[in-house]
Design a protein around this ligand. Structure first.
Ligand code: S3P
Length: 426
């Protein structure tokens, strides 16, 4: 249990948030399937990304840490070997799903399993299309739930329309498609984060996009290339909110990844009329820059449609932001929240209600009325890192202490979160 209590805090100074989780996972995966040594800087050493490293080590890939760098001795897809042990993916949906895409094309047997949260998350969105491509996959509930056993092999040409906007599903199919003899065509209902596509190009491969259709061919050689991981905008979101909702605040977040498939939170801050600005410092494949934000008078807004995949992980902290905005905030089209680390519609609504928020759940999102003065009390992260961090930021504006149960899970994406919070809290 973590007890947090502040008296009229303000958020000030500069902060560099840790590396992007999605890009960190992919840097290990692409490093492993490329030929040669890839050096990764800015890597997020959170539990989820460490699970990815562990799985690739179990498939015979040498991965070492040197100072602040990760070195991956890639051997190409063909260099991955049959693991002698179960591939344990911990709490990480990204590791589990993307790994399944890689394993689908490998001619060996493997078993993939994760923690109690992973055990409840639907895998058939990935296993069904991979089976159609030619992989043998089985598991509980007909191959929907972990543990999953995979025997990969020769994959067929495939044209698939994703039933949900999910970058994890898209990426799993792309990774399988890269091992197919023929072309793979994937259509997504809405544009989702495109880090996998950018990695393919970074490592010397080709992938084409036209509208929402993606085409990728197999048997492409990937050559090792250094990767720099920018700061994670999903982690920055907690501090953007902290500064916006506390009085006398002024914060600069440095080196934040600004890939436009991830910056939905900035669109929301704009709609809410927050006092912030962005300074692009690097406009390469994965753009990055500084975000300056101060105490803000916020207005409620509607968040729906194609904006949702661009801020899906930020919805818990956006809900807190909305409790301090004048008027109503409506979040729609976000059913996907039900299958994240927890059911995030229930978790956000029930935990924020404990602190006195005016919030209620809908079928595909939530409705929040503000501004409301929050009270302290007991709340529970439910083992979900983003719920834990949202509750910690809420404690900055409560009239009494907030006691957070199960706060340890925050190390999944932000091991130094509490140190960084105390660093900028004055
Ligand atoms: C991720 C994609 C998102 C996101 C997750 C990371 C990724 O999941 O919620 O935290 O790295 O591809 P979905 O694509 O399943 O929505």
């Amino acid at each position: 249990m973590k007890m947090l209590q502040f008296e009229n805090p303000s958020i000030q100074g500069e902060l560099k948030v840790p590396g992007d989780k999605s890009i960190s996972h992919r840097s290990i995966m692409f490093g492993a399937i490329s030929e040669g040594v890839t050096r990764v800087t800015g890597f997020l050493k959170g539990d989820d990304c460490l699970s990815t490293i562990d799985c690739f080590r179990k498939m015979g890939i040498n991965i070492t840490e040197k100072d602040d760098e990760i070195l991956i001795e890639g051997k190409g897809f063909h260099g991955l070997k049959e693991p002698e042990e179960v591939l344990y993916t911990g709490n990480s949906g990204t590791t589990t799903r993307l790994l399944l895409g890689i394993l689908a094309g490998r001619p060996f047997h493997s078993v993939v399993t994760g923690d109690e949260s992973i055990a409840k998350r639907p895998m058939n969105r990935v296993t069904e299309p991979l089976k159609q491509m030619g992989a043998s996959i089985d598991g509980r509930d007909n191959g929907n739930l972990t543990p999953l056993s995979v025997r990969g092999g020769k994959l067929k040409s495939f044209h698939y329309k994703l039933p949900v906007a999910s970058a994890q599903l898209k990426s799993a199919l792309i990774l399988a498609g890269l091992q197919s003899e023929e072309e793979t065509i994937i259509t997504e209902p809405e544009k989702t984060r495109d880090h996998t596509e950018k990695m393919i190009r970074h490592f010397g491969g080709n992938i084409a996009r036209e509208g929402n259709q993606i085409k990728v061919s197999g048997n492409q050689p990937f050559k090792a290339k250094d990767v720099h991981v920018p700061g994670d905008i999903s982690s920055a979101a907690f501090f953007l909110t902290a500064a916006a909702i506390t009085s006398g605040s002024s914060l600069v977040l440095k080196d934040v990844g600004l890939n436009e498939t991830r910056t939905g939170i900035l669109d929301v801050l704009k709609q809410m009329e927050a006092d912030f600005s962005v300074n692009l410092t690097n406009d390469e494949e994965e753009p990055q820059g500084e975000i300056m934000i101060s105490t803000s008078r916020l207005k409620g807004c509607e968040i729906a449609g194609e904006l949702i995949p661009r801020l899906i992980d930020e919805i818990p902290i956006i809900a807190l932001l909305a409790t301090q905005a004048t008027g109503q905030t409506v979040i729609k089209d976000a059913e996907e929240l039900k299958v994240k680390e927890t059911n995030r519609i229930d978790a956000v609504v029930e935990e924020l209600k404990k602190l006195g928020a005016d919030i209620h759940a809908t079928e595909d999102g939530m409705i929040i009325n503000g501004p409301v003065k929050l009270n302290g009390g007991q709340a529970d992260s439910r083992g979900d890192h983003r719920i834990g961090m949202m509750l910690a930021v809420a404690s900055l504006i409560t009239d009494d202490a907030v006691h957070i149960k199960n706060h340890e899970c925050i190390s999944v994406s932000y091991p130094a979160f509490f140190e960084d919070l105390s660093h900028v809290t004055k």
